[in-house]
Design a binder for this molecule. Structure first.
Ligand code: SAH
Ligand code: SF4
Length: 379
């Protein structure tokens, strides 16, 4: 007799609340059970249906048949002298792909006195090819599913301890690891909803930050769909320079990008947009460029975060000297543009957000051009 293929189990980590409720209905149960199960998964860190003691036996058995709570696999864990942790994770290969190829992503936890920030990945690799970014230089492999994105936060919570003594360890999540989150719009949005849901990780909207290199159409869509903190990778105050550092600028230049930022703030009643600016020696760090940046941002709800460049093998860029960064920052502050410098954390384990160089076996190496357009247009 031919074997009947069992349908794949649904990974519950990928279901936002409404989808979860629909799933429960389809499973022949009542929608409110979704909230009960979400509490087990996200508050207690329980992945085993057998341990969800307030669910009936038949429901537990039904769930075990149809569903799972599956997270990426930890390949390595590194802990830096300052408490920063970096995990290298393996996610499944794309279903149609060569199953012997592992997909590597990275995730970083940065403890501070008043908060704990988890930096997560949204894609394996990135297609946008920014010249100073090691992820971009590796090319793009695939989008992460919503479950793989949420799974990172679940996993970090498990490793660090789910709210020991009621105290939250991870208070902030930033989409600043590998990948361009807005190029994986649907899955990132579902994940962000689960992060902020009362029955999910219950993070405040100001504590979930999405960083984008400037996919303008998706930023406009986001203004209708989701309220979270927005960070934009600006890196240059004029199109001539930004075109060379962030190639997507050739498609969506600065004026268009800033319009989308102010629109987001208006629609979502936001406080301000954080503009990231990686400090590259001799490239974008002169006082004249600081003045251009001031002209661009003064009077708008904007903050600037200066990031010392983190070198990686093969790059020709160098980070600006500390004094140069301080001068640039002070100039902005003196002229009414709030600017801070990002502290470098976990230096001994190479853990800076935004340069997480997981092992990407790239089959496609996408460069700006036809393929980039298709990646961006797909969402
Ligand atoms: N793709 C998104 C989010 C991931 S990158 C984006 O570009 O915004 C997160 C941040 O790290 C971005 O501001 C990015 O420009 C910055 N970054 C990338 N490579 C870096 C490097 N080598 N050193 C310092 N910052 C870097
Ligand atoms: Fe992609 Fe962001 Fe790196 Fe640019 S900086 S290549 S958008 S991950």
């Amino acid at each position: 007799m031919p074997e009947v293929a069992t349908p794949p189990r649904t990974n519950l980590l990928g279901l936002a609340r409404e989808e979860f409720e629909r799933f429960m209905l389809d499973a022949g149960d009542r929608p409110f059970r979704a909230r009960q199960i979400m509490k087990w998964i996200y508050k207690q860190g329980v992945a085993d249906f057998g341990a969800m003691t307030d669910l009936g036996k038949s429901l537990r058995a039904n769930l075990a048949e149809r569903a799972e709570v599956r997270v990426p696999e930890i390949v390595t864990t590194q802990v830096a002298g300052d408490g920063t942790r970096k995990w290298m994770l393996r996610v499944d290969d794309a279903p149609h792909g060569d199953r012997t190829i592992d997909q590597g992503i990275e995730m970083v936890y940065i403890p501070e006195v008043d908060r704990g920030t988890l930096c997560i990945s949204s894609q394996v690799g990135c297609a946008l090819d920014c010249t100073f970014c090691s992820t971009g230089q590796q090319g793009f492999n695939r989008n992460l599913s919503a479950a793989e994105i949420v799974g990172q936060v679940w996993l970090a919570n498990r490793e660090l301890g789910f709210e020991p003594g009621g105290e939250r360890i991870i208070t902030n999540v930033v989409f600043m690891g590998m990948g361009e989150p807005l190029a994986n719009y649907r899955h990132v949005l579902t994940a962000a909803r689960i992060l902020m849901d009362d029955f999910g990780f219950d993070l405040s909207r100001r504590r979930v930050t999405l960083s984008t290199s400037g996919l303008v159409p998706q930023m406009r869509r986001l203004a209708d769909d989701c309220n979270l903190a927005l960070a934009v990778s600006l890196h240059a105050p004029n199109d001539r320079l930004r075109d060379t550092l962030v190639p997507i600028n050739r498609k969506h230049p600065i004026a268009e990008l800033l319009d989308a930022c102010w629109h987001y703030i208006d629609e979502q009643n936001g406080r301000s947009v954080t503009f990231e600016y990686v400090m590259l020696e001799g490239i974008n760090d002169s006082p004249a460029l600081a003045v251009e940046l001031i002209d661009l941002l003064r009077g708008h709800p904007a903050k600037v975060n200066l990031i010392p460049f983190n070198p990686f093998p093969g790059t020709a860029y160098r980070s600006s000297q500390t004094e140069v960064i301080e001068r640039f920052r002070d100039l902005l502050n003196r002229h009414g543009v709030i600017a801070t410098t990002r502290k470098t954390r976990g230096r001994d384990i190479d853990a800076a957000c935004g340069q997480l160089a997981g092992r990407v076996h790239d089959r496609t190496i996408v460069r700006l051009g036809r393929k980039l357009v298709s990646v961006v247009a797909e969402v």
